[in-house]
Design a protein around this ligand. Sequence first.
Ligand code: KG4
Ligand code: ZN
Length: 366
Amino acid sequence: MTLILGIETSCDETAAAVVEHGRRVRSDVVATQHDLHRRYGGVVPEIASRAHLERITPVVEEALSLAGIGFDQIDAVAVGNRPGLIGSLIVGVSAAKAIAWSLGKPLIGVDHILAHLHAAALWVDPGGDDSLQASNMPDPPQYPAVGLVVSGGHTTLYRVGSPVDAERLGSTIDDAVGEAYDKAAVVLGLEYPGGPNLDRLAAKGDPTAVDLPRSLLGKESLDFSFSGLKTALLYAVRGRPVSRKGKAEFPRSAADLDPQAIADFAASFQAAAVDAVMIKLERAINRLTLDGAPPRSLIVGGGVTANSLLRTRVRESGETRGLPVHLPPMRFCVDNAAMIAGLAYEQFARGSVDDLALPAIATASR
Ligand code: KG4
Ligand code: ZN
């Protein structure tokens, strides 16, 4: 039995998990920092890294205790070391190095974005320690697959050859879709974190009420752009800004609109944002097919995978095309350490481990 302790601190969640054989989640602890960042309307990097520092030790201890193991039973220590907020990443990477060094166990650095694609393979055994109820375990994805990661920091399509091998096909040229959701939520006067609140409100609105743009970036492009949609929503909600004493002023704000109008804007935004993602996902499937290696499954991950409309649309697309769809359960859509420990197992099984020189890297490597 291979038990890997995973650590994740790339943004505003301090997380640790223990995963057996890359898939069976023995424990999964996430200390969210939403309460600390709410009043700023977004993540403040300095506050995030300080909070990680305070929480990392108790979070790791709780993950071990919930898994019913001690430090000595871990086979390797994994950490999301790229990409993310550098001050936040450094806390997790330093903690992982300290634990690995003191135990004399291997250290494994994991790409956070690829780990989101592993989340759908995770499995929580409902039967406790001794039951091997494999019937609950999701089937592993078939490769090659089209991978889509949609989160607050990334909107990226991949050709996925195996859990550890993904080639980027396209990515956002400006905002990530989750970031667009969060900014749209601010325009609509919704509370932070905006994405889930906007999703909930959209269910009460009319998605055809306002016509908002779906940016395609040319016939063949697999890249995404959400800044035009964001600006179109801003102008639709607040009117065109006028210059007064050198300052741009909007004629109105969301507070001047009635609740039904706000819900209609939310639903119209959601329809446009999800359309924009789906159009590119369909194009990616066609691209792999034209290249002679059609995808055998779709794998989706990242915080925006929690979005109700996106989940429905991806499932429909898979059904229409006869492709199995791998969507993580809700708790593994957003940032967590189980996906880090899970993907680390795949690297470990292929003999890929790191040493204490492992860096924290802010930017995406692929
Ligand atoms: O993967 P994640 O936890 O962090 C990053 O790696 O970025 O994703 C967080 C993002 C946030 O932008 C959040 O607003 C968005 O995922 N999100 C949603 C929903 N739930 C989370 N966006 C739309 N609809 C949702 N239901
Ligand atoms: Zn993430």
